[in-house]
Write a protein that binds this ligand. Structure first.
Ligand SMILES: [Zn+2]
Length: 332
């Protein structure tokens, strides 16, 4: 065994662990709505992943697909070794961590002024903040070979037609989620929030999204209100409303939103607003923001429906829940 191999084994272990750590921390940062810190963790996770991949290849563990299937069936078992620290190991990463710590101490995310766009060299894993260089200073990879973690795309990369289809689908999805459920079931708070609260919350969010979209479309690079929309914690009163009213309020709001957006040119979707956290962002950023938020809650609601129906006692016969959220393929 050569010392190169030892080093590659150490790197494979160290980088794989670092990849997982940053990946999961990014998910948590998004849950806490610390989107810029999440973006930094996502870039850090990519750094580790690329370096783990290089070490794995250097160990000679990547062959043709036929060979790799044989390896997989045999149960690939790389030697695990002690790694030393696996995170926070470069000057840029430590610097960003320091900035994030200061922001978090003030109960907030990093602002657009405090963190730039990030890029990670797809060949060697070098992380860059700000404008990308012509070539990677470490390995010479061209600018195009960098993976970007930009504020403008931090909410997702769906284009206008996918955003519109998702926005159009939700009213019917909501009707499918509540179909056949009793009023008690609709107001039931099993783990966190009831279906009624969640529908009311989605309406609140749609209103905020439409207001921001209107500002972007009708004024020149407006400053977008940075306050987060009414949170779920304020949605409890929706339990007192009738489900038909809640659905109608949602449908009416969404229809107004669709009316505002229907037929926009690509140029209109790229009009911008300034947001304290994200900086200058296009309308597509906000479109991705609203559909991602909505999809997260729709999945939660499909789960609640599934559990309500599974626990429904006789004499009502158990209806097996069907899949209620329509699939939209990425790239459609
Ligand atoms: Zn490089």
């Amino acid at each position: 065994m050569t010392s190169d191999q030892d080093e590659n084994r150490r790197l494979l272990c160290s980088m794989s662990l670092g990849y997982t750590a940053y990946h999961v921390w990014a998910i948590q940062a998004r849950r806490e709505r610390r989107y810029n810190i999440a973006r930094f963790f996502e870039a850090s996770s990519m750094v580790k992943r690329i370096r783990a991949e290089r070490a794995f290849e250097a160990l000679g563990e990547v062959g043709t697909t036929t060979e790799n299937i044989r390896r997989a069936l045999e149960g690939l078992e790389p030697e695990t070794v002690a790694t030393g620290p696996v995170t926070g190991t470069t000057p840029l990463s430590r610097d960003l961590m320091t900035r994030a710590t200061r922001a978090l101490a003030e109960q907030r995310d990093l602002t657009a002024e405090e963190i730039g766009d990030l890029g990670v060299c797809s060949n060697c894993g070098e992380m860059i903040e700000g404008d990308l260089p012509d070539v990677c200073a470490i390995c010479g990879t061209v600018r195009e070979g960098f993976i970007r973690f930009s504020a403008a795309e931090s909410m997702g990369v769906f284009g206008p037609s996918t955003i519109m289809r998702r926005l159009e689908q939700t009213p019917a999805t909501l009707r499918a989620i509540v179909e056949g459920l009793s009023d008690a079931q609709l107001a039931h708070r099993a783990v966190s929030h009831s279906l009624k609260e969640l529908i009311g919350h989605l309406t609140d969010m749609d209103v905020v999204f439409r207001e921001r979209a209107w500002l972007i479309l009708e004024t020149k690079n407006p400053r977008l209100p940075s306050a987060h929309p009414p949170s779920l914690a304020r949605a409890k009163p929706y339990n007192q409303h009738r489900i038909t009213d809640l659905l109608e309020a949602y449908q009416t709001s969404r229809q107004q939103t669709l009316n505002l957006l229907r037929g926009l040119t690509p140029a209109a979707w790229h009009r911008t607003g300034y947001h304290e956290i994200f900086g200058t962002i296009p309308l597509t950023h906000q479109g991705n923001w609203v559909i991602e938020h909505e999809r997260g809650h729709l999945i939660e609601m499909a789960q609640i429906r599934h559990e309500l129906l599974a626990h429904q006692s006789d004499p009502n016969p158990l209806k097996l829940p069907q899949s209620v959220i329509p699939e939209v393929l990425r790239g459609e």
